[in-house]
Ligand binder design. Sequence first.
Ligand code: PGA
Length: 250
Amino acid sequence: MARRPLVVGNWKMNGTRASAKALLADILAGLPTDARAEVGVCPPAVFIPEAAEALAGKPVLLGAQNVADQDEGAYTGEVSAPMLREFGCALAIVGHSERRLIYGESDKLIAARYGKAIAHGITPILCVGETLEQREQGSTFAVIDQQLGAVLEACGAASLRKAVIAYEPVWAIGTGRTATPEQAQEVHAYIRRQIAEREPEVAASLRILYGGSVKPDNAGALFGLPDVDGGLIGGASLDAKSFLSISLAA
Ligand code: PGA
């Protein structure tokens, strides 16, 4: 089954109101109308309202970097899926390794965030991936099983019809160290097999993005792999030229 590639910029906690506006304008100006890949950006939450205005009717999807596990109420610091929907967010990253490792988000919490995104028509980008220590111990697949398993248990494999997975080896994020094409393909194929055992059709249409130091000069080799359907781009998404070049490689 043909899967349309998806390239999403994760801006993390970077930029100013002015730089966010300029970056969006440059992306919109440089993106060809016939780009093969679908393209999206996830700005910091406070920039979402202005980004929504800039992107209205444009072929760039708007996303959030996280989404609450509740719809409303006394949950200080959180932003809910209905709120994000009101501002036109189509995507939400969940379970990014920075959320898991720096902020201690559990598999269970991440599964609940994922479920709320799905329930409100936002496509979750579920991030999974092992640390360097886990890879060296040979537990990469066990880590993926656990991270993916929590979501499968809470929401079922069929829910992945409305989701995207991003494989992001933690040791490759922001380090300049990218997984080799062989390493990426091995894990992407593994993830697809796990889903295929439960829901073969969902597995065939599921987009699995690679993330971790994707740059213009390595994007082509990664995106050309059979089970890699685009990328989640951190550092290189803050520069319109790099981000566009990566998007066009998909
Ligand atoms: P990076 O980040 O491209 O800067 O490595 C990727 C990510 O964290 O999503």
